[in-house]
Design a binder for this molecule. Sequence first.
Ligand SMILES: [Zn+2]
Length: 431
Amino acid sequence: MLLAVLAVGAGPARAAGPMPFFQLPFPCGETWRLATYAGHDDYDIDMTFTGGGSNGRMILAAAGGTISAGWSSGGGGNYAIIDHGGGWRTTYMHMLQPASQSSGWVDGGTPIGWVGSTGNSTGPHLHFEVTRDGGKTEAYFNGSASGITSDGSANTGPIWVNGPVSPARNVTSANCNGGMQVYEAHSANGWRMLPVVGPSGPVTGSATAAIAIGSNKIVYSVKGGRIFETASSIGWNNLWTGIDGAQGTALAALNLNGEKLIYSVVGGYVHEASSNNGWRNLNTGIGGVSNSSISVIALNGVKYIYSIVGGYVHEAHSANGWRNLNTGVPASAVAAITVGTTKILYTVNGGSVYEAASNNGWTNMGTGISGVSGATIAAANLNGEKLIYTMYGGYVHEASSNNGWRNLNSGVTGSRTSVLALSGVKYLYSN
Ligand SMILES: [Zn+2]
C-alpha cells in the first residue's frame, strides 16, 4: 500500500484548465474500495476490488490524454501517467506489468494495464493520484468528490490537508463509454485469448453479445452508446449498425431463422433492432428496466426477453405484445437458455448464482457458486450440458451441470463475457 511519490514536474505554476470529467479507472459497473492511511500522502488513493482479488484486474484511463509510462525506482513499480492537458494529470502505480502503451494518446476508458503489486507495495492494489498544475488534489469520479483528502498525518503532504484520516468508501465505476478490447478465447485451444481485430481496427466496447449463423460467428459490441457488428466471415471488420443511444452494458442478440436481432436499453426501455429492417431500433414498450443486464432466447419462433426491473427478473415475449411479467427471481444479472422446451434462467444475486426453470414455476435454486461479480453472467446449452460463465477475481469462470457446478477458472480475463457454442466448441468474448 505504501509508495513513494513520483517526481511530478513542478515547473512554473500554470493556470489549471477545467477539470476533465474523470471516471474511476476500472471497467463500468465494478465497485472498488477507496482508502488511504497515515503516512500516505494527502489525496493519494489506494484502490482494491470489492468483488474478489484485485490482482490482474484491468486498469482503464480515467480520462483521455497522453500517456507516459515506465518503471519507478522510487517505489511506484510499473507506473503510468496520463497528461490530460490544462495542467491535469493522473498517475497509476504498482501495475502488474509494464503499461500496455507507453506513449501517445489514449481515450478515456482505454485499458492501460493490470492491477499488481510491483515496487514498494504490500499487496495488489492500484495507487492513484490526481495532480493539478503539479500539486496533488482531490480526485473526482463521474463528477463526485472521492472524499479521500487527508491521510491524518502532519508529516506527509505538508502543504496539503490537516485533519483525521479520510474514511474508506466504495465507488462504482461509471467508466462505461470506453474502448475495452474484446478478446476471443475458445475451449478448443485452452482458452487462449486473442484480441478481436479487423481491418477497421480493434473491436472494443463495454459489453458484447455473440450469435452464430451457420459457421459464421457474429459479435455485437456497444461503445459510447453505439452498437457495432463484426463477424468472423469478414475478418472481424467492425461496422456500426447505425444504432445509437444504447445505455450501460445491457446487450443481447439472437438468431431467429437467420434474422439477426439486437436488444439494448434506451432510456429505461428495451429496444429491438432487426437486420431485416435495416437495424431500425424500435421500443418494445418494456420499461423500467436496468441497463446492466438483459438476455434473450427463442423457443418455437417466440422471442423471450429477460430484463431486470426493481431487482427482479421479468419475462416478456413477442407472442403477447411484450407484456413484462415478474418471475419473482431476484437478480442483478441474468442469462437465459433453452433445454428442450424448458426455459432456464441463471442469475446472480448477492454474488451467488441461481438457477430457475419455467417447468418448475421459476423456483429459484442455489447452484453453490458464490463470490462472483454481480454485473454479468452468461450461459450456454452445449448438447444438453448446461454451462455458466461468471467473473470471479477478474477471471471468467466456467461451471457445468455435468460436474455439479464446480466453478473453474478459464484463465480468461476481463470485466464481462458473452458465450457462443458452435460445433461443440465454446467461444468466450470478454472485454
Ligand atoms: Zn498508495
